[in-house]
Design a protein around this ligand. Structure first.
Ligand code: GFB
Length: 310
């Protein structure tokens, strides 16, 4: 058991969907949360990161900062997804070590697993086969982050851990029509179609791929649980436990938004990984389980989206 009480906890990436959920969850813990806006600290700049750690010396670091995006953004901006993520990881993890951080949580993604990994995907599937091409740049950066944490543990005994969340959604998501992940993209598209009385909504790909979705508040709760209860080198999957086909998911969003027209599929857009349901038995056996059911979580997220419209 690692006690977060009275610790200085740095959440890198606190403005993002994941980082902001972790800051909210840390609000229930008696600790001091440290954040720094991107305008004051660019995590891709090594010497600036070193100076910030020298001045602030956090006890605990959560690395939630990352260049993220949906299937299209990953596919068309490989340099950003590989280079920015590698720089942030190296700078933050190494500075954490050099300035006496006692516990670090690195957040990866389930796209680190091979495209055709055995389902549900156990942590042991890492590096057993080729990656999905649309997100291999991001996946390689995240695999490097995992290995970096494991290297510090092996060489110096650092308590650096890594968690692999499944596809996430929730308040604070990026609702950009092209760059977002599927949940935010479809909430926006179905909502706009309803307002304009459109007859149909286009969903990318065949509708056949399956995705597992976890509400970001569940993810944040799992992160705090792992910080407090886990300190092994092996990565830990964080997921909901079941998945849904994108076609069926689109119908669910249409229902929540109350769009009554047709759904059509654009086969010229990529499907990506056919399926990536994770095996969460490692996390479940430690005693953690998710709470927020998909429909309820999506209804809350739709409310969050409406709030962004002003
Ligand atoms: O959420 P998404 O972009 O992430 O796409 P990935 C999930 C599935 O939804 C894919 C389909 O099969 C998409 O083709 N989809 C349908 C759409 N309509 C849309 C749409 O309007 N927008 C989007 N974005 N998708 C990302 C990786 O993969 O997942 C990242 O590229 C990361 O590296 C992230 O791992 C969690 O699950 O395909």
């Amino acid at each position: 058991m690692f006690d977060l009480k009275h610790r200085r906890v740095f959440v890198a990436g606190h403005r993002g969907m994941v980082g902001s959920a972790i800051v909210r969850r840390l609000g229930t813990v008696d600790c001091q949360v440290l954040t720094v806006p991107r305008s004051s600290l660019d995590l891709t700049r090594q010497s600036d990161v070193e100076d910030w750690f020298q001045a602030n010396k956090p006890d605990v670091v959560v690395l939630a900062a990352a260049k993220v995006g949906g299937i299209h953004a990953n596919n068309v901006r490989p340099v950003d997804f590989l280079a920015d993520n590698l720089s942030m990881e190296l700078n933050v993890v190494r500075s954490s070590f050099e300035h006496g951080c006692k516990k670090l949580l690195f957040l990866g993604s389930t796209c680190i697993y091979p495209k055709f990994a055995k389902q549900p995907i156990a942590e042991s599937e890492l590096l057993t086969g080729p990656l999905e091409p649309t997100n291999e740049w991001y996946a390689i950066a995240k695999i490097a982050g995992i290995k970096l944490c494991q290297a510090f543990r092996k060489q110096y005994g650092s308590h650096f851990i890594s968690a692999m969340p499944t596809n996430l959604y929730g308040p604070g998501d990026n609702y950009h029509p092209e760059d977002s992940h599927v949940v935010a993209a479809l909430i926006r598209r179905f909502h706009e179609a309803k307002l304009s009385n459109a007859e149909e909504v286009v969903v990318w790909g065949t509708g056949m791929p399956r995705r597992e979705f976890l509400h970001v508040d569940d993810l944040a709760d799992a992160c705090i649980f792992l910080l407090e209860n886990y300190s092994e080198g092996e990565i830990v999957n964080i997921g909901w436990g079941s998945d849904i086909a994108i076609g069926e998911f689109a119908e669910l969003i249409a229902d929540i938004v109350n769009f009554q027209g047709r759904i059509v599929f654009d086969h010229s857009r990529p499907d990506g990984t056919p399926r990536k349901l994770v095996d969460t038995s490692r996390l479940n056996s430690l005693g953690w389980h998710p709470n927020i059911k998909l429909r309820k979580g999506l209804e809350l997220t739709y409310q969050d989206f409406l709030g962004t419209l002003g």
